[in-house]
Design a binder for this molecule. Sequence first.
Ligand code: NOJ
Length: 821
Amino acid sequence: MKYGYFDNENREYVIEKMDLPTSWTNYLGVENMCAVVNHTAGGYMFYKSPQYHRITRFRANAIPLDRPGHYVYIRDDETKDYWSISWQPVGKPLAQADYQCRHGLSYTKYSCRYKDIAGTQTLVIPRGDDVELWDVHIKNESDKVRNLCIFSYCEFSFHHIDMDNQNFQMSLYAAGSSYENGIIEHDLFYEEFGYQYFTANFKPDSFDCLRDKFIGLYRTENNPLAVEQGKCGGSYEKGSNHCGSLQKKITLGPGEEIRLVFMLGEGNREAGSAIREKYSNLDNVDKVYDDLRQYWDSKLSKLQINTPNIGMNTLINIWNIYQAEINIMFSRFASFIEVGGRTGLGYRDTAQDAMTIPHSNPEKCRQRLVELLRGLVSAGYGLHLFQPEWFDPDNKAKPFKSPTVIPAPSREEMVHGIEDACSDDALWLVSAIVEYVKETGEINFIDEIITYADQYTARKDTVTARKDTVTARKDTGGGSVYEHMIKILDFSTEQVGENGICKGLRADWNDCLNLGGGESTMVSFLHYWALKNFVELAKYLGKVEDVKKYSMVMKNIAKAADEQMWDGSWYIRGVTKNGKKIGTWSDKEGKIHLESNTWAVLSGAAPYDKGIKAMDSINEYLSTPYGIMLNGPSYTQSDDDIGFVTRVYPGIKENGAIFSHPNPWAWAAECELGRGDRAMGFYNALCPYHQNDMIEIREAEPYSYCQFMMGVDHTAYGRARHPFMTGSGGWAYFSATRYMLGIKPQFENLEIDPCIPGEWEKFQVTRVWRDGTYHIQVENPEHIMKGVKELYLDGHKVKDIPQLKGTHEVRVVMGNQQERI
Ligand code: NOJ
């Protein structure tokens, strides 16, 4: 069953059936302000941090579904009937009104046609201004004059997620509101910069700043008293819960139309007044869309594809890159699942995000790399989850001091010890750095001196769990990026268990497979991959000794893999602290795991024949029509020797779900084996585009990879959950473009080595790499899956595609003879 369609020309997903089985979300804002909104205008907005600086309130995981939001109500003053432009909160019967929601890149447009009144409400956050605009158009499509009232509504938050949800002693009596000159000011009295404003491009006829006055007691957003009565009550107060409601009476003749703009922003009344002036000029509102369009154009145009797979084209050209960008911007801290309470950078997730899109967002990727390098402990492991400001030597931000005593964590708590280290975290960073340099050519980055997390002096008295918690001494030394990389690699070389396999420590990529701290084959393979990338870099830098030394470490891992990790048809997943091998043929549950096998192949550690066998086993035991399961059969017996995974319901998340993030590892692994048909089969299964007409099963949005889909061992097999904030966003993009389409930047040349389905005749890619634009035409006359026979640059046969300025035509002829000039 379908609920909408992809409008690729406008880069929008259009939802036409509003009663979706779950919220379908979008992200607004690309700088400091961000709003996460769903198909019914439910959602919330924050400034920089959803945990510490929430602007609008959201009752997550509650009923009615995903409320409140940023709503506009319309009331017909003659009939007293009212509705909202977004289907909810009023929720007119779908047979009586036409609703639509268009999720675009950084904006969402809601529309409604009811009783011959057409209304649209577009939510958008401009670049350069910390404000959300609600761009509202109302048109009278009837043949008589209509007298209408328009109301806005949003509910303000107490900023701090904890203070908004518990112990209201301070917050409830310290938040105030006032109204003056068409501007509502919301004020958190004890915060120095605790202001928001709500205003509009018109003089309101009435207003309400108090939520409970606008809504009325024993009512909800469905039937607010003010809307029912046709007028706000002019409420405001020091203390209490606050809202932004402005009301305007309008009269529209037949065919007449009006445009109103509401503005919800960060800052006090003065800031609101300046913004009001700016966006009362509607040209400035129009410019916001043009500007965002250009912003996304410039990102998307760095890589555009035209292949025989429309789903792949749609994802790679629009939605997948959008999702990967959202992840690098907002990490994992803002969604309807992650609703604050987990801000800061997750080490592994951020490193992978940064690795996957340095071409479209080099600045942000670089910023993330530096933050992660600063979050590296000099022993060589990363801080699993940390606030980057803690380790920013230039950070001057003042901590917010709550009047309620919150015990300040000690420095030791911020720089945790090895007992809290995850074995994979920092390994991802090595490859991310190499990828960044290959993309940008910024080789000097490798020499940059960066501090280690444990090289700071902490002033105990200023330490809180929030913002600027340590005072950094700039003279503490630190090391070059290259040295950081060595520390990471050496850490994993040293942290090896009895079997010669890397210790799993608290966990590896799989948060729930703890192995009691035993050994993780996945990490050994990941170590191998990081070493491989590092050795390439060391070679390029002419560091002969390092090349020798680290190549030897790789050899040892390959030997251990062969001797200790192979189980006959696939690689085991690990060894528990008590010496039990996990993921073996003789296991009844958790027999085979995706991570270890894909990484054995993708890293290059597995010999070809074992790689083929391992991936065939993955196909046989774990692949489904919706993607590949993480492991199987699911665990049903809890076993703390294996880990928390055995306490997760079978078929959900890490216990046998179709976990999206490792799926692209399988595509890449298959490409390393030269099996383009298999890679594309796996790709298509997971591709959300291809699940657009099975929403009764998938439930979640088809324009975003979700973290997981229930596996075969669950009753809701195929149901997807956790959109946007997942490592599958970046990895799907990375594997599809680098491995399947085969466009891989190297230090000095642009490598093109696709692995595609044999039936493909040809495909095109436009790739911007450094200062050059390459129009690449790949031809496959022999219908093979991998292998390049001839390469042409601007009509001349060449061996490599070098770094060039300007625009160039590249022709790649695939074929079995490796016959290059
Ligand atoms: C989600 C976490 O954010 C990520 O770090 C982890 O790798 C996966 N879950 C798998 O456990």
